[in-house]
Design a protein around this ligand. Structure first.
Ligand code: C2O
Length: 578
């Protein structure tokens, strides 16, 4: 009896102090959180330019979603605008909830004007920062916001608990209507216009004309640790980011913990997220420092070469009025626009935390090997017209294994589920290039791509290795490839052509970084592995929106498994119709 009482006492101390995480973790089954997204037009002014943009609830950037690991989200999206809409929850695993993933014509038909759809999914085994964005045409230029996933109650971060957490979402501001920009480019075959500014939380900052009042300010206290939840929601630009006089500690990418490392500068591609710790110094009140982001550039296209700045300001109690003006506003040093070696060094530092609580479950055996070339190509100009592509006889296109993906007019997931895929897609997506060539050498004479709606079909639980190889067909370029429905492990990367004999021996199968978006290096390759444990249709594409528009996208169909919990449930009844 005494023994039993002692046992109970120890047990309850453990439960209350939270030192035995397993006990608490088992107790949390998650709650349901409801959100309503009213898609509506809103006038917004930046750079002295007022335009009517598509927003969620009139907010720009959109509202943040806050949830805990294990929670279920019910997000009702009501479309009050003229455009078709769909929303994607970027990086959410969507285990057996592919109907809620969101890419238009892949997992759902878009939500038409006056219609609504409830996205219904549970956050399983993820904590960190992700984000949501429109997944149709270029509407994500204004429709985006962060998803903040807190750990389960009483589960600590594997790093010092921050004093405050601050989302910092990078975006692009366009004076023009981005729908007109991409439609015009697709018609003429030329490259689209570029943005007018980069933004931090929707604000371009003081380095642009007529913009000083639209500056993101982060007010901090000395000697505290802040967790910055960084998202790159820009359409077409990878970004360097740095804060003058401060060092950042990277603790997480794409909602997966990494081995912490210190850096003055981070690089983040569109689609990627990263949590970083900012430890403030014992600075005097009112001290101010610029935080800046500007693009990392590869390829030959035109780009927005401007710089967004925000201000890190140490808290003061009295109004500084004159005194602040005297304080020097230090600028951070950012790498040169084309500093690929910085990017390589940085990405080589990213390692999974890989401890007992957060193991890196890297697939050790591979069932299926895939080799995909990614890059730009051309389509001939229609009917002997002249076009604005690389020559006046061609239009820009982009492809994976030379297949430029043609958007279907029905949603792939539904046609797959109902066995009605005939005439919608074919299952012959090439698993390796049909014509082998020196991918990063002298470009071939024929730059034309094939067009088609082709997918790869794999059985449930297939262990996949995929090597993605950049091409030099229209010049080498870095491509941030994003896979829906899975995280993958980045087991290797390199420059030049992938060597199937020598390179796999160098793969890191111990603690490779786990993420959902990875940059295929400029003129190089990257190898990833993932376990296809999620039945459904999963989009994969370059997260540079212009390349997605040109066809640098494809889809994986993962079949149901044998067991009931290995099957995709039927579609919700309110799934939009095409
Ligand atoms: Cu963040 Cu398919 O997208």
């Amino acid at each position: 009896m005494a023994t039993l009482r002692l046992f109970v006492a120890i047990f309850s101390i453990a439960a209350f102090s939270g030192f035995s995480n397993n006990i608490v973790e088992a107790a949390y089954n998650g709650i349901t959180r409801h959100y309503k997204f009213d898609i509506k037009m809103q006038n917004v002014t930046r750079l002295c330019h007022t335009k009517s943009i598509v927003t969620v609830n009139g907010e720009f950037p959109g509202p943040r979603i806050v949830a805990r690991e294990g929670d279920r989200l019910l997000i009702k999206v009501v479309n009050h605008v003229q455009n078709n809409i769909s929303i994607h929850w970027h990086g959410i695993r969507q285990l057996r909830s592919g109907w809620a993933d969101g890419p238009a014509y892949i997992t759902q038909c878009p939500i038409q004007t006056g219609q609504s759809y409830v996205y219904n999914f549970t956050i399983v085994g993820q904590r960190g920062t992700l984000w949501w964005h429109a997944h149709i045409s270029w509407l994500r230029s204004t429709l985006y916001g962060p998803i903040i996933i807190l750990p389960k109650p009483e589960i600590p971060y594997p790093f010092p608990h921050p004093y405050k957490e601050v989302p910092m979402v990078f975006g692009e501001w366009w004076n023009a209507d981005t729908e007109a920009v991409i439609n015009q480019a697709l018609q003429t075959g030329g490259g689209p216009n570029v943005s007018d500014a980069y933004t931090i939380n929707g604000l371009p900052g003081p380095l642009y004309n007529c913009s000083a009042k639209d500056t993101f300010k982060l007010k901090v206290k000395p000697g505290k640790t802040y967790l910055l939840r960084i998202v790159n929601a820009a359409l077409n630009d990878e970004l360097f980011f740095s804060i003058a006089n401060h060092t950042l500690t990277v603790v997480d990418v794409d909602a997966v913990y990494v081995k912490p490392f210190e850096t003055d500068i981070i690089i983040i591609t569109p689609g990627q997220t990263s949590n970083v710790l900012l430890k403030t110094k014992p600075y005097y009140p009112g001290a101010r420092f610029l935080m800046m982001a500007r693009p990392y550039v590869t390829g030959n296209g035109t780009f927005d070469n401007s710089t967004v700045a925000g201000i890190l300001e140490y808290h003061h109690h009295t109004t500084p009025s004159t005194s602040t003006k005297k304080l020097p506003l230090l600028k951070p040093n950012l790498p040169a626009l084309r500093d690929t070696s910085f990017v390589t060094n940085y990405t080589n530092k990213l390692r999974s935390l890989n401890n007992a609580k957060f193991p890196a479950n890297v697939p050790k055996n591979v069932d299926r090997h895939f080799f995909f070339t990614v890059g730009l190509g051309t389509n001939p100009c229609p009917r002997n017209q002249t076009c604005q592509g690389p020559t006046n006889k061609t239009m820009f296109s982009a492809a994976i294994n030379n297949v430029s993906f043609v958007m279907p007019t029905k949603a792939l997931l539904q046609t797959h589920f109902l066995h009605q895929s005939n005439g919608v897609y074919t299952t012959n997506f090439p698993t390796s290039p049909q014509n082998q060539f020196n991918y990063t050498g002298t470009p071939p004479n024929n730059t034309n791509v094939m067009n088609g709606t082709k997918v790869v079909v794999i059985p449930y639980n297939t262990s996949v290795e995929l090597v993605m190889q950049d091409t030099s067909i229209l010049g080498t370029e870095s491509h941030p490839l994003h896979l829906h429905g899975f995280n993958f492990f980045v087991v290797g990367q390199g420059f030049g052509n992938f060597n199937p004999i020598n390179d796999p021996a160098k793969f890191n199968l111990v603690d490779p970084v786990e993420r959902n978006t990875v940059g295929v290096p400029d003129g190089g390759w990257v190898a990833i592995r993932f376990l296809a444990d999620n039945p459904g249709v999963w989009f994969m594409h370059c997260h540079l929106e212009v390349h997605t528009s040109w066809g640098l996208k494809m889809a994986w169909v993962v079949l149901d498994g044998q067991l009931p919990n290995q099957k995709l449930p039927p579609a919700p009844t309110d799934l939009p119709k095409c």
